[in-house]
Design a protein around this ligand. Structure first.
Ligand SMILES: [Zn+2]
Length: 512
């Protein structure tokens, strides 16, 4: 017997029982019984948020964070130089889902939406002959799901996989979750609200929460994993649910599951929670620069160890999911993809991913593609982009590449003619108004061995208003040696390409 207030009791107490039926997942009847099975392969995309390739032992990280991925690499196509299109969830995920760069989809800002013309240009739209399901722990992604909703057969509410299931926010404050969440913060968290009604609800809510998470505390010595401080979840339950749901889905399906780990706060399950914190391993100390934050090496070291432990937890759960997919037979007719929306860093005084810098730990993310029935590993070292992933999945499942896609086909699925060495872009413009031309931004451009980072319009740049860095990421993957002053020809050639691309995009927008 569970102790304490159940959800239903809470709703009753709060006088909301008449409205207290939580809407089931928005499952649209697809009309046909089950779509023809066997002819078309399914697609399963599993995204782990803020998962940096830098900290993955499969890619050479010194700590053994991913024993399962290393094992599975022998049956996957592994991309070693795969780049996110930006540095945080909103622009990174929008690029993955729309196959366009941030300067096209315009979801730059925290909590931003894609521009109106992009609403019917998502991967869900492109898979219109498939059963399409989407889930995300991360509320920033649910903003897009809502925009793409007419093209999603099953948009699973976020609270489905939250322990303290705050779907009652919707009931209390209406259907607009963004507004509701703001209201919720004000009213329930007592930041501003001092109304007796709010206080009454707030006390009840706290009690309700405490009881819900109490049984998980032993399993998580660093704290029960959470999102935005009070939405608790566990990855285990997410993976369990995914396994159950995917077994029942109409086929062929296109499925996108976006899980929060290893995103901060880093809270690994008990068996992983002290693996690295006391191992005394110290990474290379890197120089601090213009955009460095003031975290000490000691602080960064502690955060990095906890992040690495959370990755170990992710690796274990992905291993468990993979075993299930194999034993259930789903793997035989399903393309499985593991990737992320952006990376994370703990160096140069910087922690997390809110930095304007575009160093490799922020941009380089994992990509593994498991072809149905694949038994041999392949390794791809060419630079590839997040905008290429969905385009490729469309191609390999017999769909044509949509006209709006800015991605190219990934090797080895590309033929020579469809893959010019155009290079890979990433764009961050967190503070730029999406309706105006881009004037404050970080743009990275990777071509061959070189990576150019262009900083534009930040106040830290002073009167220069722009700055570049150039690295040979093949011989200097740690980005210790800025070549912008010694390899001037390469730098100016790459900068010219960035500027011409930016000018082309900016033409369509006013400057103020
Ligand atoms: Zn993210």
């Amino acid at each position: 017997m569970k102790q304490g207030l159940s959800r239903r009791d809470f709703l009753k107490l709060a006088g909301l029982a008449p409205f207290g039926v939580i809407a089931p997942p928005l499952i649209k009847k697809i009309g046909l019984q089950r779509l023809m099975q066997g002819e078309k392969k399914n697609v399963l995309v599993v995204l782990f948020d803020a998962f940096s390739a830098k900290n993955i032992s499969m890619y050479g990280y010194e700590r053994e964070t991913t024993p399962n991925l290393s094992k599975l690499a022998k049956r996957a196509t592994v991309y070693h130089n795969h780049y996110a299109s930006s540095s945080f969830t909103t622009p990174g995920t929008a690029s993955l889902l729309t196959m366009t760069l941030p300067w096209t989809h315009r979801a730059f800002k925290f909590g931003g939406e894609v521009a109106k013309p992009m609403v019917n240009k998502s991967i869900f739209h492109a898979f219109d002959d498939y059963y399409r399901i989407g889930y995300s722990h991360n509320p920033l992604v649910n903003i897009f799901f809502k925009q793409f909703q007419t093209n999603i057969d099953e948009f699973v509410p976020r609270e489905k996989l939250l322990i303290n299931n705050d779907g009652l926010i919707r009931i209390l404050f209406g259907n607009d979750e963004d507004i509701a969440t703001i209201s919720w913060s004000r009213e329930m968290k007592r930041i501003e609200g001092t109304y007796p009604y709010s206080l009454f609800l707030s006390h009840l809510y706290e009690k309700y929460q405490e009881n819900k998470i109490a049984s998980y505390k032993d399993m998580y010595p660093d704290g029960v994993p959470n999102i935005n401080s009070d939405n608790y979840y566990t990855l285990d339950e997410g993976i369990d649910w995914l396994q159950d749901r995917i077994t029942e889905l109409p086929q062929p399906f296109f499925s996108y599951f976006h899980f929060f780990p290893p995103h901060f706060p880093y809270r690994a399950r008990r068996e992983f929670s002290d693996v690295f914190v006391n191992d005394f391993w110290k990474p290379l100390e890197k120089p601090r620069g213009l955009f460095s934050e003031d975290n000490s090496e000691e602080t960064l070291g502690k955060l990095r160890a906890r992040y690495d432990q959370f990755i170990l937890n992710v690796d274990s759960e992905f291993g468990r999911l993979f075993d299930y997919l194999e034993s259930s037979g789903i793997l035989e007719n399903t393309w499985v993809v593991l990737t992320s929306d952006h990376g994370e860093m703990h160096e140069r005084g910087i922690s997390g991913h809110t930095t304007p810098t575009f160093y490799q730990p922020i941009l380089r993310i994992p990509l593994m593609i498991f072809e149905p029935g694949q038994q041999v590993g392949r390794e791809i070292h060419a630079p590839t982009s997040a905008i290429d992933v969905m385009s490729t999945l469309l191609h390999v499942t017999g769909h044509s590449m949509p006209a709006w896609s800015e991605g190219t086909l990934l090797p080895p699925y590309a033929t020579q003619s469809t893959q010019p060495d155009a290079g890979v872009f990433a764009v961050g413009a967190r503070h730029n108004n999406p309706n105006l031309a881009i004037s404050e931004a970080t743009i990275a451009y990777v071509q061959g061995n070189y990576k150019l980072i262009y900083y534009l319009g930040y106040k830290e740049l002073g009167s220069d208003s722009e700055q570049i860095q150039l690295y040979d990421i093949q011989s200097d993957p740690e980005e210790l040696n800025d070549l912008s002053l010694t390899q001037k020809a390469v730098a100016s050639d790459m900068l010219a390409k960035v500027k011409s691309k930016l000018a082309e995009v900016n033409k369509q927008y006013p400057t103020s």
